[in-house]
Design a protein. Structure first.
Length: 244
């Protein structure tokens, strides 16, 4: 639901008012030139759905547009949510994030989405790009708490390859190929899975970020004997679309 007429956006916000949570921006931090962490605080006690690491939240970023984001940290009891925003500068979402100020009051919708941490699995592997780093952080923290294994692979532009280190994320970085989506990740996974010693049946994959990259990695994983039910996907963006 990236863009709708203003009258429809107003009607939806009124219709789903019970799912919105008023929050206040309590901190912003410029981690890198295009990477910003924002802290939101509010009352999430009335949420109809419990937050699970990997879930998305949603904000109305203009009169006519909404955007989904994945928290890097979410504590409903404490009323705290943090999001790592990638400011790519290509749409209203980036402008909205860049303009956020401490003290500003907003409405947060969620949590929801297609991905949630699979507590029944012992092993967790995440794949994504710059837009996925917050999801990595949230899932990794949950895996550590559950004493499960976690591994992540980030497909990043060359100038952003240092971001996981700056975020203290233990992530394998592969360089993004703009023409052949996920090709370098698939090459890496081919070797990684050939020596994979953990139980395949107790492994869950979380694929986020670019839609074409997700499709390529999922097809590869299925060709290596993993089942579709083990592969959880949520595209965050796609070429030719202004937002997802």
């Amino acid at each position: 639901m990236p863009k709708v007429p203003k009258w429809m956006a107003d009607a939806m916000q009124s219709l789903f008012s019970g799912m919105y949570h008023p929050v206040q921006v309590t901190a912003t931090e410029e981690l890198e030139e295009r990477l910003r962490r924002v802290r939101f605080e509010g009352d999430f006690s009335g949420s109809k759905r419990a937050f699970v690491p990997g879930n998305v939240i949603e904000f109305r970023v203009s009169d006519t547009e909404f955007r989904h984001y994945t928290p890097s940290y979410f504590d409903p009891k404490a009323g705290v949510c943090e999001v790592l925003f990638y400011l790519h500068g290509k749409g209203p979402g980036s402008k909205w994030v860049a303009d956020l100020k401490v003290g500003e009051t907003l409405n947060l919708l969620g949590p929801g989405g297609k991905i949630g941490y699979n507590a029944s699995s012992q092993n967790h592997i995440a794949f994504g790009d710059e837009t996925s780093l917050g999801s990595f952080a949230c899932i990794e923290a949950e895996a550590k708490q559950q004493r499960h294994s976690f591994y992540s692979i980030a497909e990043l532009d060359k100038e952003n390859k240092h971001w996981p280190k700056a975020l203290q994320l233990e992530t394998t970085v592969v360089e993004k190929d703009k023409e052949m989506k996920a090709i370098e990740t698939i090459r890496y996974l081919d070797g990684y899975l050939a020596n994979y010693s953990r139980e395949k049946a107790s492994t869950t994959f979380y694929l986020t970020g670019n839609a074409k990259s997700i499709s390529g990695v999922k097809k590869f994983l299925i060709s290596r004997g993993f089942e579709s039910k083990q592969i959880r996907t949520e595209p965050y963006w796609s070429e030719g679309k202004t937002g997802l």
